[in-house]
Design a protein around this ligand. Structure first.
Ligand code: C2E
Ligand code: MG
Ligand code: MG
Length: 603
């Protein structure tokens, strides 16, 4: 029966064909599955290979790479990262056991929180955090790194993000820089380091209101000495001298630099008087004459020394140059000499005693003359004021600048008499201009501390204004930053009294002294005059540009008007004007002029 029925089945051609078709389909299915499986296997092998290649490539990198999943599990870490974070070999898919911290500017956060926070917003942009710091769990020291963050979305499985963290360790570079900032022979910091340190020192001394001295020591005749005693002994002298300088027996705050071959430089900060420095130099010079011996023969060494003091002898920018100039002057006088740099004007060969003796007579003989330098608006270049600047027309020396005789007058007290003369001259002149219908402008007069400290100064000014019938609003007094800082409460009261009269007050030479911004806020000035030294290099120096712009903004924020002094050409003018400065004064508009020439300008 079964045979029969089987025979029926097989003998039926329809059934037979059907069976064949099924078999064929099954065969095809089997073959396709086989091919697909092989393909998938090959694809997986290829993927594995690619991953292996990438991992190897990442492992070569000295930079550390970490990939975290959306849930902050470690997906991948390259060799540098494994080493840096101390990960175990089976780190994949696990949490970071010791979560490192990242400090970027002032914020210190655990890495995962930092990354999450940074990626809360835009996930498509790579973010860079140069000069951040990595703080490992067990380490005390922070590791300086450049940090980069990126992310990637796994599109095949919905919202699956991973975060890519890339760190460039900066320690090697910093070490390399440190090495290149030391002198090879003595290992003392060199000129490059000096330049960096000076900026910090200026800032610090400024805050402490103390002086900073640069002392340049040059061992005399060193090339000659070297040719006699030989290269090795000469080097030994330099090393021994550097050690001596490093351990100077002094309470002064000193840092030593080996700037060049036989040149050493000391920065001495927080000094009160120059004498502290010069007496130390005498010690060094004395020591130098006897501290080196070659086989019991003492070498008589000498050194020439140049000193410049900030802020007495130079501005920040010129301080180092002045030290070299002082050294050159010392060397001109022979071996073992020391020279402190003095500003050029004082250095001139004026006979101080002669000037001192002749002052009173000069006033009677009308040798003093008031010059006027216009002050213009930056917007229209319109003359709205002028600064009265005194000149001494001396029979022997010709025109003597005020920077020479005013300090002597201050010492002798004669400045009070001269100040009265100037005020009187200016007020008379203003009245004449008024009568002859010249344009009405505001005139500034410079005053010293001695004049302000004088009892009843404001009252005296008030009387003079009344006597000459001049509107107080047309008068302005300029007080230099240096004086203003030294002024006592009494002086401040005097300034307020002047202001009450309606007279304006300008803070002169701003940027040359020690004024802190906090102080500026308290000083009752209507106008700030930014000193010429702040703009001397402004066309090329980006930092100066930023500083001056900030000063202008700050003054404005405190409700003050700003004058920039010493503008000598159009480019300077345009730049300063673009910073929103209100007025300028300088040779670009005009030098200080005698009355008759200045009048032409007013017309
Ligand atoms: P100051 O009050 O800061 O006056 C500005 C000085 O800068 C003036 O020097 C002026 O001639 C100069 N100056 C202006 N624009 C330029 C420029 O574009 N380039 C250059 N190289 N210099 C420019 P001056 O007249 O020699 O006065 C020097 C200082 O002497 C004044 O500085 C002021 O502190 C003092 N002074 C002048 N006259 C008097 C006065 O009558 N009484 C008092 N107490 N001090 C005075
Ligand atoms: Mg002035
Ligand atoms: Mg000035």
């Amino acid at each position: 029966m079964s045979k029969e029925s089987g025979g029926i089945l097989l003998s039926d051609p329809g059934t037979y064909n059907y069976l064949l078709l099924v078999l064929l389909l099954l065969f095809l299915l089997f073959v396709s599955l086989y091919v697909l499986r092989r393909k998938k296997k090959r694809l997986n092998a290829l993927l594995d290979h690619i991953v292996e290649v990438f991992e190897k490539a990442f492992d070569i990198s000295e930079d550390a790479i970490l990939i975290l999943s959306n849930e902050n599990k470690v997906v991948y870490a390259n060799r540098s990262m494994i080493k840096l974070l101390g990960l175990s070999e089976d780190y994949r898919g696990k949490d970071l056991v010791h979560m490192p911290q990242i400090r970027n500017h002032e914020t210190l956060l655990p890495l995962d929180i930092f990354v999450n926070q940074e990626y809360r917003g835009d996930k498509t942009q790579m973010q860079t955090y140069p000069q951040s710091f990595l703080l490992l769990d067990d380490a005390e020291e922070e590791i300086p790194v450049n940090l980069y963050l990126d992310s990637s979305e796994g599109r095949y499985s919905g919202e699956s993000w991973c975060k890519i963290i890339y760190m460039h360790d900066l320690r090697k570079e910093i070490k390399h820089e440190t090495v290149s900032r030391r002198h090879q022979l003595t290992q003392l910091p060199n000129q490059a380091q000096l330049q960096i340190d000076l900026n910090a020192l200026f800032a610090k001394n400024h805050l402490d209101k103390k002086k900073l001295a640069l002392v340049l020591i040059d061992i005399d005749n060193f090339t000659m000495l070297r040719s006699i005693i030989g290269h090795e002994q000469a080097n030994r002298i330099l090393i021994k001298f550097s050690e001596y300088l490093m351990h100077l027996p002094t309470s002064l705050n000193i840092k030593v630099y080996h700037t060049h071959h036989n040149n050493f430089l000391l920065t001495i900060s927080n000094i009160e008087e120059v004498d502290e420095v010069t007496s130390l130099i005498r010690e060094i010079q004395k020591e130098l004459t006897m501290f080196y011996k070659i086989e019991d023969v003492r070498l008589y060494l000498t050194a020439s020394v140049g000193i410049a003091i900030y802020p007495d002898s130079a501005t920040r920018r010129t301080l180092l140059d002045r030290t070299y100039q002082a050294l050159a002057t010392a060397q001109k006088q022979g071996y073992g000499k020391c020279e402190v740099y003095m500003p050029e004007a004082i250095r001139q060969d004026y006979d101080e005693l002669l000037l001192f003796n002749e002052m009173h007579e000069a006033l009677e003989k009308e040798e003093f003359e008031v010059y006027y330098q216009p002050i213009v608006t930056t917007s229209e270049q319109e003359v709205v004021g002028a600064e009265a600047l005194i000149r001494w027309n001396h029979p022997k020396y010709g025109l003597i600048p005020p920077t020479v005789f005013i300090p002597i007058m201050e010492k002798t007290g004669f400045i009070i008499e001269l100040g009265e003369y100037i005020l009187e001259e200016v007020l008379k002149q203003m009245k004449r201009w008024e009568l002859f219908k010249f344009k009405e402008i505001q005139i500034s007069i410079n005053v010293t501390l001695l004049e302000l400290e004088r009892k009843g100064f404001a009252e005296y000014v008030s009387k003079q204004l009344l006597h000459h019938q001049i509107n107080p609003e047309r008068l302005k007094f300029e007080i230099t930053e240096g004086y203003a800082m030294r002024s006592e409460r009494l002086t401040r009261q005097e300034i307020w009294s002047l202001k009450k009269l309606g007279v304006s007050i300008a803070l002169d030479d701003f940027g040359t002294g020690y004024t802190s911004f906090a102080y500026l806020k308290k000083f009752p000035a209507d106008i700030v005059k930014i000193d010429k030294t702040m703009v001397d290099y402004i066309l090329t120096n980006k930092e100066d540009q930023r500083i001056v712009k900030a000063m202008i903004d700050l003054g404005h924020n405190l409700g003050m008007k700003i004058i920039v002094e010493g503008i000598e050409n159009k480019r300077m003018f345009d730049l300063i004007a673009s910073y929103g400065c209100d007025y300028i004064q300088g040779y670009y508009i005009s030098k200080p002029l005698p009355v008759f020439e200045f009048q032409k300008l007013l017309r």
